[in-house]
Design a protein around this ligand. Sequence first.
Ligand SMILES: Nc1nc2c(ncn2[C@@H]2O[C@H](COP(=O)(O)OP(=O)(O)OP(=O)(O)O)[C@@H](O)[C@H]2O)c(=O)[nH]1
Ligand SMILES: [Mg+2]
Length: 553
Amino acid sequence: MENISDNMPLSNIRNLLEIIADACDRFQMISLNRQLEVARALLEENPPIDVAVMGQFKAGKSSFLNSLLDQNVLPVGAIPVTTAITRLQYGEKERALVRHFNGRTTEVSLNDIAEFTSEAKNPGNDKNVAIVDIELPSMQKYSGLRLVDTPGLGSVYKYHQSTSEHWLPAVGTALLAVSADRPLSEHDLELIRELTSHTPNIILLLTKADILSPDQQKEVVSFFQDTLQRELHRALPVYLYSNKSNTEEYKRRVEEDIFKTICANRDSEFSRILNHKVRSLSQNCLSYLRIALNASMQADLNRDNLHTQIINEKVNESLMREELGIISREHQHQTRPLIEAYLEQFYSPLTKKVTRKLQGDITSWKGNLWKLSRHYETWVAEILSEEMRLISKNEHENFLGTLKKAHAGFSRSLEAFCKFLGDNIENVLGVKLAEFDWKIDVIEPEHPDISFAKSFDIHLDLIWFLIPMFIFRRIFEWHFIKGVPKEVEINLSRLAYQWEKSVNNSIEAMRTQAINYIHEELSTIEALLSRTQGQTDDIKQLIAQIEKAFENL
Ligand SMILES: Nc1nc2c(ncn2[C@@H]2O[C@H](COP(=O)(O)OP(=O)(O)OP(=O)(O)O)[C@@H](O)[C@H]2O)c(=O)[nH]1
Ligand SMILES: [Mg+2]
């Protein structure tokens, strides 16, 4: 047997089927599974061509096959009969194989096939028959084919119809049996439409021709042609048949024109049929993918819209950064003046207190000017450090004004942000976000280190050895006492400076906290919006792959 790859590149078809299988899998296009399964089986198994007799119930399908083979193999009757797909093919001896849905196959006598293929003996297909394969030596003349008898359509037995429809994609060449007493119904046209996607070969068989006069036969045939042209815009070959009269002449024609022709060109016919199925499957797959593509592009558009609606100008991260920066700077500028203004009240009492204490202590200090100066420095540093520590400890609550205002400012800003974001999400997605957990902690500033380094403005002590203390001591004492107000002022100012640094660091830390919060919140929402990323690119790629493989067929 000639290899089918001589007529078309086998690997191209296999490649195309793999792409389609992948697409079906990814997009759950289960309605293509059967077509795909059939095409794959034909490709891999290269079986005989299935020439199927199909059509309405009681059209005379089974009778036609019996007559063709001159053998009453298939059960026939006046009421709906055929209940299972029955394939007839060449075999050295007569036998019948009953294939069940569960995979079991049993061999039965040819005389017993009605037990499995007729409605009367196997009602509703109780015996779970998938296919009956009959082998006949008389089929030798048609060795490249299988003749397939199918259950009739349109009868009260819906099961017959669904069995045939399920098998439909496997059809190689279709003989559509139309009984002379019911010439071409809407159901027949519908069947032709369906068959069109599975086979390039559809032939009409006008059965029971004996019930029409020669004139009526001509009339019916031209009625067929006109109807097909009008309804389907195509012409199909029409053959007459009867097992009652003129049978040999009818048989000769169908044998010569149909069966022998197919047998003589079996391999090219097979290729043509497979090619037709693969093309049709590709077209179906492409049209589904185009639907998916449109849906996906629509979803992308919606998602972009969602994004711009949710992350709009009111919940813009860089604008929020700017706003928080402004709040932060505004309050940081105020920190120093506020603390200094508050500390002013301590200046006079502290000056008086320290002066009085110095006046009491200084009289007991001994030594020359150099010693006296060192003593004074140590004394001032200790006393003022202690005083500053006390003020810091008792009054620091009063230094935190800008910290609290900044906290309130950040909180308001963040609250507004969360509300806009929450509203946007609710408006656009109809989902209420869980309560925002956006509280900014008030970061208590650290207590600054207030043991200041000393720097005193006394140069006279460098020439202490020239100065007789018994003359000048009172003057020096007075000089030291006069210096106290300035020391107090310097120390208060330092205290204000230390607290300013501490408070402003805390404001900065709160700003960072707020920025981080906004960043995290927006990143999460962005990630959620883009996680449902569309499949547009995937689908486009698949469509391109299928179109390319299709061109190579
Ligand atoms: N007059 C006439 N009657 C026929 C001819 N062929 C079949 N019949 C009759 O048509 C009826 C149906 O025949 P079947 O062969 O069982 O028809 P079918 O299409 O296989 O029917 P289902 O299997 O039920 O779909 C029977 O009563 C046959 O005797 C024919 O050529 N001429
Ligand atoms: Mg039948």
